[in-house]
Design a binder for this molecule. Structure first.
Ligand SMILES: Cc1cc2nc3c(=O)[nH]c(=O)nc-3n(C[C@H](O)[C@H](O)[C@H](O)COP(=O)(O)OP(=O)(O)OC[C@H]3O[C@@H](n4cnc5c(N)ncnc54)[C@H](O)[C@@H]3O)c2cc1C
Length: 272
């Protein structure tokens, strides 16, 4: 299949011919080119099936390679509608500028973005401290919240104006409420307007459920793969999210679970 894509002019920009290659060894360039070929095959399939392909964001020290791949694929595939969604991490101080630049560049193409807060907070801070560099992460959580909401509003405007699409990937109730209000203000419909919501499987089910019930396009992110690869992913999620899985948040989730169980038991009782 990769051969077919290459023949169709779809091998995209081989990393070996790009500026990224200057920072990589020969072996790394070979691996990176193979990776681009595999992602291109996925993009081809997503395009053929009419589904979106969301590319995750990772650590800053190798994110430029992911961005490069995502941009090359976006130029190729986002012409009719956004097949490729790159991910923007709002906890990064540079994320708003990057998002604005990418959005501007993609005006002639379709633009798809997945917006997250970012999952590698402690690793990024530790890495920057060890190298004696300024942390790429906002100093306070409130800064991250403000930046997330600012990025979200900017892309929502783009959804309205140029047919861009946005996946609001978050468990943060306040951000989701702000998104819903802004969609309403802009006249974007809950379904079919290019705005999606996503939560991880097993997290913030009450938000996914409420969004879905009210006609919004809400998705559950399901980790899928060999157990040896999926388990570390789940452990990372548990570690990175441990701060929110505490105290008041747990009590609120338990209350909601209790009332949902109660609601279902009453419904069953009525049906019997
Ligand atoms: C569908 C989906 C896809 C995702 N894909 C990715 C991905 O591709 N790449 C990725 O990196 N992450 C991804 N994530 C995880 C995401 O980045 C967050 O780690 C997670 O969702 C928690 O953020 P929240 O928006 O849900 O908000 P909240 O529930 O409000 O979480 C806030 C958390 O933000 C963190 N935080 C951020 N900035 C700061 C700061 N300056 N100071 C202190 N704490 C801070 C803290 O850990 C805090 O607990 C994804 C999440 C979802 C739901």
């Amino acid at each position: 299949m990769i051969e077919q894509i290459k023949q169709a002019g779809g091998a995209r920009t081989p990393l070996s011919q790009s500026y990224v290659a200057r920072a990589l060894s020969e072996g790394e360039v070979e691996l990176a080119d193979a990776m681009v070929g595999r992602v291109a095959a996925l993009a081809e399939l997503a395009d053929a099936r009419g589904v979106r392909l969301m590319i995750d964001a990772e650590h800053t020290y190798f994110q430029p390679a992911i961005d490069h791949t995502a941009k090359a694929l976006s130029m190729q595939y986002n012409k009719e509608w956004p097949v490729i969604f790159n991910t923007y991490q709002a906890y990064l101080k540079g994320s708003y500028t990057l998002l604005m630049e990418d959005m501007e560049r993609a005006r002639r193409n379709g633009f798809g973005a997945k917006l997250v807060r970012g999952a590698y907070l402690s690793l990024e801070r530790r890495r920057a401290a060890a190298k004696g560099q300024e942390s790429p992460i906002w100093d306070t959580l409130q800064d991250t919240h403000d930046n997330y909401n600012r990025c979200m509003r900017a892309v929502l405007r783009e959804v309205k104006e140029s047919g861009a699409e946005l996946m609001i990937a978050s468990h943060n109730q306040d951000s989701i409420e702000q998104a819903v209000q802004e969609m309403h203000r802009l006249g974007l419909p809950p379904t079919g307007g290019g705005v999606y919501f996503g939560q991880l499987l097993g997290m913030a089910d009450s938000l996914t459920f409420t969004l879905g019930q009210n006609g919004y396009e809400a998705f559950k992110y399901v980790p899928y793969g060999p157990i040896a690869e999926v388990l570390p992913y789940l452990v990372r999620r548990a570690q990175e999210n441990s701060a929110i899985v505490q105290g008041a948040a747990v009590a609120r989730q338990m209350d909601m679970l209790r009332s949902e169980i109660g609601r279902r038991v009453v419904r069953l009782g009525r049906a019997g």
